[in-house]
Design a binder for this molecule. Structure first.
Ligand code: ATP
Length: 306
């Protein structure tokens, strides 16, 4: 659905994007995660045809954004960071205006507006002026305008910024529902947002993609952990002698039990081998499991790695 290759963009002396490449398949929900200034909005503006890159290519649904800008925009539902809403218009009036701007034929507008307000839970508010709505409801209006033309791809720039926790849960639920019909790319600087919503994450730092992975892959270190009830002589040597083991680190847990971190030489899952060895040796096993990191730990590692 999205193919980005070797994208570069500078604002004067500031290199906002540097050799950014990624692909997004139809049906995915992908989070574009990065701290302030990482380049998220710049990518989104280029994808939606509102900004030209200095170098690189962007294809959406097989179309080059620079060549077929309008056709691409017709396929995208875009919620900008600060969606321009007109406070004096009613929800219905605003959506009618957006339907006109989107070129939706008048005879189809009622059905499309009905569909959109239903999808985002605004049916009860259609006659209310936008200026009287809470921020969470205004965000729903933004989402409704983004889906009016039944886009294949939804691009949402920080969709929950400034909302309270209840509104955040609601908007996330809506996004999950919308993702049943569209591919979704959204930007955020909030880790929990990515964990709550996505299949995949693109981590952006200083204009570069630092990680592009499924969440489960990122969280797994590949190490196997073995915890014993008590010290047993010769464990490290036996582990090191196992086929496929690269490195073994022994440490003591706060409760005094010994823990062995066993790193594979080739990325293989060592847990089954550890089970067999421990059972054969009669070791007093407390726990054997794959090591996982929190997304926060991954993010911090990438951030401090420069
Ligand atoms: P935020 O989370 O704060 O919105 P972001 O990840 O969306 O940040 P961008 O807005 O894409 O980041 O900005 C990337 C870099 O480019 C930043 O250093 C920013 O200051 C700079 N930048 C963005 N827009 C402009 C502009 N119009 N003129 C000059 N510099 C800009």
């Amino acid at each position: 659905m999205i193919h980005v290759e070797h994208l570069y963009k500078a604002y004067g002396p500031i290199q906002a994007l540097e050799d950014v490449s990624f692909h997004i398949e139809p049906g995915e929900i992908v989070g574009l995660l990065g701290p302030n200034g990482a380049g998220k909005t710049t990518i989104i503006k280029i994808l939606t045809g509102y900004l030209q890159p200095d170098e690189g290519t962007v294809r959406v649904d097989g179309l080059d954004v620079l060549v077929h800008t309008q056709a691409v925009q017709a396929r995208i539902g875009y919620l900008p960071e600060n969606a321009p809403l007109y406070p004096e218009l009613t929800v219905q009036g605003y959506l009618k205006l957006m339907a006109d701007l989107r070129g939706i034929p008048p005879q189809q507008q009622e059905e499309r507006i009905g569909e959109a307000v239903h999808a985002v839970g605004l049916v009860d508010r259609v006659t209310q002026p936008i200026g009287e709505l809470s921020k969470g409801y205004r965000q729903r209006v933004g989402l409704a305008q983004a889906i009016l033309h039944r886009p294949k791809l939804l691009i949402l720039d920080e969709p929950t910024v400034g909302l309270d926790p209840t509104q955040i849960v609601e908007i996330r639920r809506l996004i999950r529902g919308l993702a049943e019909h569209s591919t979704v790319l959204f930007s955020t600087h909030i880790l929990s947002e990515v964990e709550a919503l996505c299949h995949r994450v693109l981590m952006l730092m200083n204009g570069r993609v630092r990680a592009d992975a499924h969440l489960a892959e990122l969280a797994t270190t590949g190490d196997a952990l073995l915890v014993l009830e008590r010290e047993v002589p010769g464990v490290v040597e036996r582990l090191e002698a196992l086929e496929g083991v690269g490195e073994v680190e022994a440490e003591q847990l706060p409760d005094g039990r010994p823990r062995y971190r066993v790193r594979p030489a080739d990325g293989a899952d060592l847990c089954p081998v550890l089970f067999r060895l421990a059972a054969g040796e009669g070791w007093p096993v407390r726990e054997i499991r794959s090591d996982v990191r929190t997304l926060e730990a991954v993010f911090n590692e990438l951030a401090t790695a420069g």
